[in-house]
Design a protein around this ligand. Structure first.
Ligand SMILES: NC(=O)C1=CN([C@@H]2O[C@H](COP(=O)(O)OP(=O)(O)OC[C@H]3O[C@@H](n4cnc5c(N)ncnc54)[C@H](OP(=O)(O)O)[C@@H]3O)[C@@H](O)[C@H]2O)[C@@H](O)CC1
Ligand SMILES: [K+]
Length: 500
């Protein structure tokens, strides 16, 4: 797992790296500029496209000057425009301006917008402001950014789009550069992983600039992002003398007469993730569907949506409740009965979350280390309305501690909150997965890992990461516009097999 950095921590890592590698800060800037330029050249190999690099006078601007020099040397047609709105400049900006001049590269400086000339370049590199941003843009900066946005050119931002905050609440009223591509240093900024970023970032790439990883990983921060190796390390190989009893028994309490599909997807995903036995607690009307679709699963029927009084709860290692369950009074009783009968961690999804939201008294019965998997609407129903995503991060961290549960806020980059206060982002997934039933599959996967004996936190990490990875692979292999839940769950065994 990789720690994510706030702007402040990024500055600390910068300082530490410079001290410990006995290098000059301008050399670190050169590395950043080189990493940016390599990524830029891969994305925009056509050297006939003219480039204008807009630079501020801080270190983001210094990066811009170094990038301009490197791209010029690589054969691009580069123009440099420096916004001298403030009397200050950083020393590495000054150092890079001297290097730029020594190469004979032409640059323009402007002190006010009125001095700006028409822009002809087809690509604009935005190196105006970076993580040093400390207030919303106003005055000349605001006018400049609005003007750049109005040009409709391809904009590539250095480290972060000018005006966008790396962390903290985003206001819809903040004006930022709208970038086609942002090439960010060392780590994605936390706000890149929240939907608020869609306003100004179409796509981002992260480049390694050689900041000290030991220092970064030792930083105390709640924010982290999952990696392939953090998942592989957690996956357990199947033991030589294993049998179905080795891999647990899961119960999926799901489905309604008209929503049997959710139960089927969840149960099949559970089975395909490797549980020894999977039983589906479903409405009696769904038995034929279950037998036809998943002959490997067993059924425990709910007549008139009531769980039989003699259900042997103790034989299950993990339970999922919610997909397609409905929110009727009978469904509420099903939830209540489950909460009263099973004290091991439970996976709550969909209608089980809606029922918890409308019956707060039931929340106290949620077993410790359970996993709740709300999407944003369910999250707000359960914990109250939020006006931005940063607030949701704070609520998620508080509620996971308070409930002693793992909360997975499902999104393009799902966010996992743990009882220890961690806030872990999942990088895998693709917009092609935005289709019905995906959540049911995820719930089945988490329950399966739980039933197999994984710790709840690990079960959540594994399921979310592999779910997204399988979706990504399916969409890229087949160049698929959409990946359906049914196709994804078929791919789970291979997706796990590739990672182990
Ligand atoms: N960290 C790393 O590891 C590395 C970082 N690198 C690069 O450094 C960048 C950060 O640079 P930076 O700290 O010099 O700040 P930057 O963003 O250029 O801003 C300059 C000044 O602008 C001002 N200002 C702020 N908000 C404003 C506003 N709304 N309107 C007007 N002015 C405003 C503010 O000055 P103040 O207001 O305090 O006087 C601020 O100091 C980072 O994004 C990356 O590109 C790489 O080179 C190498 C490794
Ligand atoms: K920038």
């Amino acid at each position: 797992m990789l720690n994510l950095l706030t702007s402040d921590q990024s500055r600390q890592a910068d300082k530490y790296t410079i001290q410990h590698l006995s290098m000059q800060s301008i050399d670190l800037m050169e590395r950043a500029a080189l990493a940016f330029s390599e990524a830029f050249i891969k994305n925009y190999p056509d050297k006939m496209r003219s480039i204008a690099v807009y630079c501020g006078t801080g270190n983001n601007g210094g990066d811009g000057l170094a990038i301009a020099r490197l791209l010029y040397r690589a054969g691009y047609r580069v123009d440099v425009k420096i916004a001298r709105f403030s009397g200050k400049s950083s020393s590495d900006f000054d150092g890079n301006l001297a290097r730029l001049m020594s190469q004979g590269i032409i640059f323009d400086e402007f002190r006010k917008i009125a001095d700006l000339r028409e822009e002809q370049a087809s690509i604009i590199i935005d190196a105006l402001l970076g993580t040093g941003l400390n207030k919303p843009l106003d005055g000349e900066w605001l006018t400049l950014v609005e003007w750049l946005n109005s040009l409709g050119r391809t904009v590539v931002s250095v480290d972060i789009p000018t005006g966008f905050k790396a962390e903290g609440p985003i206001s819809k009223h903040d004006v930022t550069v709208k970038s086609e591509l942002t090439i960010s240093f060392q780590r994605p900024k936390i706000n890149f992983l929240l939907p608020d970023s869609a306003l100004c970032i179409k796509r981002f790439e992260v480049v390694d600039i050689g900041l000290d990883e030991g220092f970064i990983q030792a930083l105390s921060t709640p924010y982290a992002i999952l990696t392939d190796s953090s998942i592989t390390r957690r996956l357990k190989k199947r033991k030589p003398f294993s049998h179905k009893g080795t891999f647990g028994h899961a119960l999926i309490v799901a489905g309604g007469i008209q929503t049997m599909g959710a139960a089927l997807l969840c149960a099949e995903a559970c089975l395909n993730t490797g549980t020894g036995l999977t039983t589906a607690s479903i409405p009696s009307e769904g038995l034929t569907a279950l037998n036809i679709r998943i002959p490997e699963a067993m059924a425990s029927l709910r007549y008139k949506n009531v769980i039989p009084a003699d259900l042997a709860w103790e034989k299950y290692n993990a339970i999922a409740i919610g997909p397609g369950l409905g929110v009727s009074d009978e469904s509420k009783l099903v939830l209540k009965q489950t909460l009263n009968s099973f004290r091991k961690p439970i996976v709550f999804d969909a209608d089980a979350i809606n029922l918890l939201a409308s019956n707060p008294d039931l929340v106290n019965l949620v077993p410790k280390l359970s996993v709740l998997t709300p999407h944003v609407k369910e999250f707000d129903r359960l914990f109250g309305e939020h006006s931005n995503w940063w607030e949701r991060l704070e609520t998620g961290m508080n509620k996971a501690k308070e409930l002693d549960c793992i909360i997975i806020l499902k999104n393009r980059y799902s966010i996992l909150f743990t009882p220890e206060g961690k806030c872990v982002f999942n990088p895998t997934g693709t917009p092609a997965m935005s289709s019905g039933g995906m959540g049911d599959v995820l719930t089945g996967m988490i329950t399966s890992f739980l039933a197999q004996g994984y710790k709840p936190e690990d079960a959540a990490y594994l399921a979310v990461f592999i779910h997204g990875k399988a979706g990504q692979e399916l969409s890229s292999q087949n160049r698929a516009y959409v990946v359906t839940a049914g196709s994804l769950l078929k791919d789970i065994p291979q997706a796990i097999g590739k990672m182990i």
